[in-house]
Design a protein around this ligand. Structure first.
Ligand code: GLC
Length: 762
């Protein structure tokens, strides 16, 4: 997008208003590291869905003039604004980090203009390329740059060379690399250049485009169909710092309830009370720890939201859910946005009465088809609708429900997509579906989160399928309808890692695959990835082969149990990672590049990942493979299973029979673990076990009640463990606010049998 010459500017605090021959642009210094670039198209100002409140912190702003433009210096970032509204970002050493490309965009000529004309004359349509958008921003690209983030897009970790669209999409076909969009629109990415890193976030909810060097080796571009040109440059010295900046802006996932880190069992097709009871009993009988059973749409009456099918639950779902809870299972229920059109149905009637549903331009309630048949769509952009919807969750909580799983909120519809001109609300103004589509699921999650918070007081557990930037504040997410394919197990790693790199840390895939029939081997390998994914749920589609761990014989069940138990062992560590994430935005499951951006192999590694900074997993994600190449980045590592010490960076071959997922722990780690239990809270949590991996380091551990927001008022204990080269450990209590601290801390040094008691220094 080009404007005219920069003919004037005005400094208003941290904002610089720019005049390009009568057209107005704006640069705002949000923090010394975060710069907002804005050009308003039209006079209707959208409310940011991603950013809540004013994130501006005081920063020094120094403006310097030069021929044809100005420089804006913050001390950390320098922005050069030139005639035409070219914007280039420099680091504090004066190196250009992210510059606008000065040439013209050259869309791929898929078909030559002559051929295109011929085809058109003959009545055929052909894709000629060269489509124009409301605006496009072209940035320079060098041969080195790698891109990470962009939400749940298919394919590999590094997004360079591909093009994507941001348009929340429920495509039932198996997800392949050539998909341009899936359920989530997170218009944020991080670039790792030869010497620098930065992030760019386009806060625009219309359909947008990210062409990451697919059409050129010299530039990449992003643009949107409508709305304002409104993007943020986020600087920093590492990917971690950039992500910290992005999550400062768009929010972080609050520490979840501890049980939500446990294993969860689900299936579309647990139709009756007896089905669920049998699954619950089998989990316990087979000694598979499990914290939750999910109820898919089968539990509802005629797929009507906020109802329970009484017949199939013997008229008393509440008593059944109470029984499940006593056995340690926290019930989670699905909730879809589509409200059944039915006279006399409370939710429908109330919604019509309150004008809570989206409308046609003619002012009629808009109707499409989803699970319940004819259905209408709550207008979640309207604060009153969010309140209404959130409050209705009371009915589910009263039945004993502990978490809400929001699905179909792209919104998905079976009778063609919702037309672009369907009318929604953006807080206090009218907005069309074109503008609100990508934030529909986000706003539904917000309604669910805020409603639960008010009704329950505990930390809300909301799962969502559709997301926009910032959805992490309200919900955990899963990657939707994957398929029981090896390719989808492979994809799970980069997909979950990129969600983490997009600010969404609490994510998971359907373990075993949703569609199609899983195989024993695939399930055994999938659980070896699933046990490390922040959201750990086995889910499958109606009509597919049953996928609970006991369906595939003793060997697979033993493997499954081994990894579910490993997960439970690691819950204290994973919980600490969530605590850290709430402070820094660092994801739970991380690509190697997050910690080792200087290492070439780390930058494009798709089949290994890290759980926090201390554990590296190198699972097998190919059929029939029992050995694999492992790459360990720099530093000293210990093989989790054999205790062998290995010094990286190094490549080697590791045996990985079906029951083995190679795992490595960094030297200098004090790993908090717990004895596996059938569910979180089955046994008291009064003894802390520490596994010590010698090497210099320190480790921070948090303990609280794992349920409410008391930790934000100081009701937690903060322990710091320091370990030396020889494996000596000391403990300090940095904050003592939890009423039930550990009675005992026991540690075990690597390779030793016995546990030794550790006393905190007073
Ligand atoms: C959607 C969801 C899936 C669910 C199904 C039935 O396909 O993605 O998880 O099982 O709907 O509710």
């Amino acid at each position: 997008m080009r404007l005219g010459k920069l003919t004037g500017y005005e400094i208003r605090g941290q904002e610089i208003l720019l005049d390009f021959e009568g057209e107005e642009g704006r640069i705002k210094v949000v923090t010394p590291y975060i710069i907002n670039v804005f050009y308003g198209r039209g006079d209707k100002r959208a409310h940011s869905k991603a950013i809540e409140g004013d994130k501006t912190t005081s920063a020094s702003v120094r403006v310097e003039e030069e021929e044809g433009g100005i420089w804006i210096h913050t001390g950390q970032v320098s922005v050069r604004v030139s005639d035409g509204f070219f914007v280039d970002f420099y680091n504090k050493d004066g190196e250009e980090v992210c510059g606008d490309y000065r040439g013209e965009r050259k869309p791929l000529e898929r078909v030559s203009p002559e051929v295109l004309k011929l085809l058109e004359e003959e009545g055929h349509s052909a894709e000629g390329g060269g489509e124009k958008h409301a605006f496009e921003v072209l940035k320079k690209l060098d041969t080195f740059t790698h891109f990470y983030g962009l939400g749940d897009k298919t394919g590999f970790l590094d997004k360079r060379g591909y093009d994507y669209e941001m348009w929340n999409t429920d495509n039932p076909e198996p997800h392949v690399d050539s998909f341009k969009a899936l359920y989530k629109s997170i218009p944020f990415f991080m670039a790792l250049t030869r010497k620098n890193v930065y992030g760019l976030f386009l806060d625009n909810t219309f359909k947008s485009y990210f062409n990451m060097g697919q059409e050129s080796v010299d530039y990449y571009w992003f643009g949107a169909d409508d709305g304002d040109l409104n993007y943020y440059y986020i600087g920093g010295d590492s990917l971690a710092e950039v992500l910290k900046g992005y999550t400062y802006l768009t929010g972080r996932c609050p520490l979840p309830q501890k049980w939500t880190l446990g294993y969860q069992q689900s299936r579309w097709g647990y139709v009756t009370l007896e089905d669920v009871a049998e699954v619950a009993a089998s989990l316990r009988e087979n000694d598979i720890p499990c914290d939750s059973i999910h109820f898919d749409i089968d539990y509802m009456q005629d797929y009507k939201v906020f109802t329970w099918n009484k017949k199939r639950y013997h008229n008393n779902p509440k008593a059944f859910l109470e029984k499940l809870s006593r056995e340690g299972f926290k019930p989670v229920v699905i909730n879809d946005p589509g409200v059944k059109v039915e006279k006399g149905y409370e939710i429908y009637e109330e919604g019509v009465e309150g004008e809570y549903f989206a409308k046609t331009p003619e002012g009629e309630v808009y109707v499409n088809t989803v699970w319940p048949g004819e259905a209408v769509f709550p207008d979640f952009g309207n604060p009153a609708v969010r309140k209404w919807w959130g409050a209705h969750q009371k009915f589910l909580l009263e039945q004993g429900v502990r978490g809400i799983w929001n699905d179909m909120n792209e919104p998905a519809s079976f009778r063609g997509p919702l037309p672009g001109n369907v009318i929604f609300t953006d807080e206090d103004r009218e907005a069309t579906h074109r503008e609100m589509h990508n934030v529909y699921g986000h706003l539904m999650a917000k309604a669910a989160y805020e409603g639960l918070k008010e009704l329950d007081g505990r930390r809300p557990f909301v799962i969502t399928r559709a997301c926009y930037a910032g959805s992490q504040k309200y919900a955990t997410a899963w990657t939707g309808d994957n398929t029981s394919l090896w390719a989808h197990l492979q994809m799970a790693i980069p997909q979950l890692c990129n969600l983490g790199m997009s600010g969404m840390p609490f994510v998971g895939t359907d373990v075993g695959g949703f569609g199609a029939d899983t195989t024993p081997e695939l399930l055994a390998r999938w659980v070896q990835v699933g046990c490390f994914s922040p959201l750990f749920r086995n889910h499958s589609a109606a009509g597919t082969r049953r996928q609970e761990p006991w369906q595939f014989g003793r060997e697979v069940m033993a493997i499954y149990r081994k990894y579910v138990k490993l997960r439970y062992r690691l819950i204290p560590y994973i919980y600490d990672l969530f605590y850290e994430e709430e402070q820094t935005g660092a994801p739970i499951m991380r690509p190697l590049v997050f910690h080792y951006e200087k290492e070439e192999w780390a930058r494009t590694c798709n089949d290994e990942f890290m759980l926090g900074s201390r554990i590296l997993a190198a699972p097998v994600v190919n059929q029939g493979i029992e050995k694999r190449m492992v790459y360990l980045p720099e530093g000293v590592w210990y093989d989790y299973w054999t205790h062998e010490m290995i010094t990286g960076p190094v490549w080697f071959v590791r045996d990985a029979p079906l029951d083995c997922c190679p795992i490595y722990v960094k030297a200098g780690t004090v790993l908090p673990v717990m004895e596996p239990q059938s569910y979180v809270g089955e046994k008291p949590w009064d003894t802390l076990l520490l596994k010590v991996y010698p090497g210099e380091g320190s480790y921070d551990h948090i303990l609280d009640n794992g349920e409410d927001f008391g930790y934000r008022e100081g009701r937690y204990h903060h322990y710091r463990f320091t370990v030396s080269e020889s494996g000596e450990v000391s403990c300090q209590i940095l904050h003592a606010g939890y009423e039930k601290p550990y009675q005992k801390i026991l540690l075990q040094r690597l390779g030793e049998e016995n546990w030794v008691e550790l006393h905190p220094a007073s």
